[in-house]
Design a protein around this ligand. Structure first.
Ligand code: SAM
Length: 186
């Protein structure tokens, strides 16, 4: 997607929350937390124009799957038009609908949830509900990887998952805090 198209989506839709796609350096830094040697089930919240999705699909095994949940219809159209890969599924839904999108057989089996959605825009109840659903869909040992403009998500994540580590990537517009959260327990 061209920069102009991305900026147009940013202007039309406040949930886009970023004027430009995530930098290659930041994508790599987030995805360094992923072990691509195994077959994976990855869920992505807010893929936008697919900068993470493409990086993931390049590295995933042939039997891995990527499920993308994107609220913006223009991005969904772009993803469907440009990603021709049987491992990828794109849904024009809110991340909060993840339990409805995933079949019962996939709940509790997800290896990684990657999220770029602006959690700070969500009302507290919806934010907590989404974090709880995210915990529920992950397998034990699975990871929630999020990139956010601030540390506002630390406390909610701590409450739901009981752990969190952050890194900072300043070479991005905007600079991001990268959250790495593990689903502990059985
Ligand atoms: C900051 S952009 C990140 C886009 C892309 N992943 C990237 O790294 O460049 C946030 C994306 O999340 C989408 N989004 C925002 N809120 C969402 C929600 N509740 N559910 C699904 N997608 C959402 C926006 O439309 C946008 O594509």
């Amino acid at each position: 997607m061209s920069t102009i198209q991305f900026i147009r989506n940013f202007i039309k839709d406040r949930d886009v929350a970023s004027i430009t796609p995530t930098s290659a350096r930041c994508v790599k830094k987030v995805c360094n937390h992923i072990d691509f040697s195994k077959d994976l089930l990855i869920v992505e919240y807010g893929p936008g124009d697919g900068v993470f999705s493409r990086y993931l699909l390049k590295r995933m095994t042939p039997d891995s799957r990527l499920i993308m949940l994107e609220s913006n219809a223009d991005f969904v159209r772009h993803l469907k038009d440009t990603i021709d890969d049987s491992r990828a599924e794109v849904y024009n839904v809110m991340a909060g609908d993840v339990m409805e999108v995933l079949g019962a057989e996939d709940v509790g089996k997800v290896d990684y949830v990657i999220s770029g959605i602006p959690f700070s825009f969500l009302k507290p109840v919806r934010k907590m509900k989404l974090l709880e659903s995210t915990r529920e869909i992950l397998r034990p040992g699975g990871k929630f990887l999020a990139y956010q403009t601030s540390k506002h998500l630390l406390k909610p994540v701590e409450r739901v998952f009981g752990n969190v580590e952050t890194e900072f990537e300043f070479l991005n517009i905007p600079p991001y805090f990268i959250y790495e959260v593990v689903k502990n327990g059985a």
